[in-house]
Design a protein around this ligand. Structure first.
Ligand code: ASP
Ligand code: MG
Length: 423
């Protein structure tokens, strides 16, 4: 017998029939003798519906009231799931974030979890109940309801699992695991049986949208095993098969891990590039350019500064495309007058493609195979950035699919076998 946390996304909770299926699946785990905590999302579409209503009433909705509103989606789904379990004869009890309580800071709409009180939950578990806790929300010091940002239920589930030292956090979703790349772009993409926590962290931050990145950070901090698996299988399939399915995010980088050097190709189209041409090459310039950008709360991603020729250099960086206009304003109005560059050039049609793999640590020539592959496709690399376990390139976005497909093939991921699956 062990304690498991199950997380179900909006699609899995999307209708009465699906909620009943979630209940059947949870009942199977409970009846096998395990303790189960369930953290569901709101029914699919519900959070969007609520946020839409808010915007119809207030152009720029008050963040505190927005959290009051958005948190109700999850309150409805926990109650419905509890009823569905009771209907199957399984004792169950639902709680909102503030009832547990899940304490957060006060940054409405993007709050961070600070602590979780496990007393009430433990009591119910010990009494044989399934405990159902709302995802996505918590309560601040002054008892205001907060939410954790879109997709935040993943983080709620992992945090609850960490707080109660669960054996594993199972994230049930509408895909059956983490793939070598997005199967919509590369039909040959393969499911990974195991992926290391560090690879998952890179993939989540590089645009693979399977898990909210903060949930991966949480899992890392507490070394909590997380498994991503399908909620669309028959809920009554054998528990053993289910417990081994999907993708296990693990901390054990031992011989059991896959031998593939590159585990995945991540990409994101939402990039924009800004370049200051011919800025003076002297101390303080990077700060004078990026200081005001940071002060405007804009995240900078890839940064490149060239060797100076005749005392000036070109300085380029990328930002998320939605922040492009604001970044451009800062450069034009604040930076340009202060540093005296010749001009600003920009490109809103770039994308980022990355190869990720812990094997890159111990193998040479991985980046050069990436560059060779792109060269063979005639794709120009505009910027490069690397870390120990990834290499990213900025290229024109019209070549994104081509680049991803070519790299997927070049690194042998088309044939990758998820065989030595997780256990
Ligand atoms: N319901 C919230 C959202 O749609 C939280 C979640 O689903 O994880 O973003
Ligand atoms: Mg999600």
């Amino acid at each position: 017998m062990a304690l498991y946390v199950h997380k179900y996304g909006g699609t899995s909770m999307g209708s009465v029939e699906r909620i009943k299926n979630v209940a059947r699946r949870v009942a199977k785990w409970r009846n096998a003798g395990h303790q189960v905590i369930v953290v569901p999302s709101a029914m699919s579409g519900e959070t969007n519906r609520l946020l839409g209503l808010a915007r119809e009433i207030q152009k720029d909705p008050d963040p505190r009231e927005l959290d009051m509103l958005a948190s109700t989606g999850e309150q409805a789904s926990v109650a419905l799931l509890s009823m569905a379990l009771q209907d199957l004869g399984v004792a169950a009890r639902s709680y909102t974030g503030w009832q547990v309580p899940i304490r957060t800071d006060s940054s409405h709409t993007k709050a961070r979890i600070k602590s979780i009180d496990d007393a009430r939950v433990r009591q119910d578990l010990d009494a044989g109940k399934v405990v159902i806790i709302t995802g996505f929300q918590g309560v601040d010091e002054d008892n205001n309801i907060t939410t954790l940002g879109r997709g935040g239920s993943d983080t709620s589930a992992v945090a609850v699992a960490a707080a109660l030292s669960a054996k594993e956090c199972l994230i049930y979703t509408d895909v059956d695991g983490v793939y070598t790349t997005d199967p919509r772009v590369v039909p040959e993409a393969q499911r990974l049986g195991v992926v290391s926590f560090e690879e998952m962290l890179e993939m989540a931050s590089l645009g693979s949208k399977v898990l909210q990145i903060r949930s991966v950070e949480f899992a890392g901090k507490y070394r909590l095993p997380v498994r991503v698996l399908s909620s669309l299988t028959d809920p009554l399939i054998s528990l053993d098969d289910e417990a081994r399915s999907g993708t296990l995010i693990t901390f054990e980088e031992d011989e059991k891990m896959e031998t593939a050097v590159v585990s995945g190709i991540a990409f994101s189209r939402d990039e924009a590039k800004l370049t200051l041409v011919a800025v003076p090459d002297k101390p303080g310039i990077a700060y004078q350019i990026l200081g005001p950008i940071a002060a405007a709360n804009i995240d900078v991603d890839v940064i490149v500064q060239n060797q100076s020729i005749a005392g000036t250099t070109d300085f380029s960086f990328t930002v998320n495309r939605v922040e492009f206009k604001r970044a451009m304003d800062v450069l034009q109005n604040t930076v340009l007058p202060a540093v005296g560059a010749r001009e600003i050039v920009s490109d809103e049609s770039v994308c980022k493609v990355s190869i990720v793999g812990i094997g890159m640590r111990s193998h040479v020539g991985i980046a050069s195979l990436m560059f060779e592959t792109l060269a063979q496709e005639g794709i120009n690399i505009q910027m490069i950035s690397t870390s120990e376990i990834k290499t990213s390139v900025i290229i024109q976005d019209k070549y994104m699919e081509l680049a991803v497909r070519a790299l997927h093939k070049a690194f042998g991921l088309d044939q990758y076998q998820a065989s030595n699956a997780s256990s």
